[in-house]
Design a protein around this ligand. Structure first.
Ligand SMILES: [Zn+2]
Length: 83
């Protein structure tokens, strides 16, 4: 293995580490801040100044991370296959 081979394998290793790190974050903290209301749970109407409950997060200010959706789907499929 030459140093050039190691240099070529570096992006693959970095991508794998980033993926595993994101999945670890999804396991430890499944909810992220809602991007629509910035985690406040309320959204200001553009016409009136009255604030309304954010529809995306239902006023919680949290949303399930995409990676956690994937983990939950894989878990559900695994459990459905083992009934
Ligand atoms: Zn929201």
């Amino acid at each position: 293995m030459t140093p050039r081979d190691l240099l070529a394998a570096l992006p693959c290793l970095a991508l794998a580490l980033a993926t595993l790190g994101y999945l670890a974050v999804c396991v430890v903290a499944p909810f992220g801040r809602c991007g629509t209301c910035d985690g406040t749970g309320r959204k200001r109407s553009p016409l009136t100044r009255a604030g309304r409950e954010c529809r995306r997060c239902a006023g919680t200010g949290l949303r399930l991370r995409v990676g956690r959706h994937v983990i939950n789907h894989i878990k559900d499929e695994y459990e459905a296959g083992n009934r």
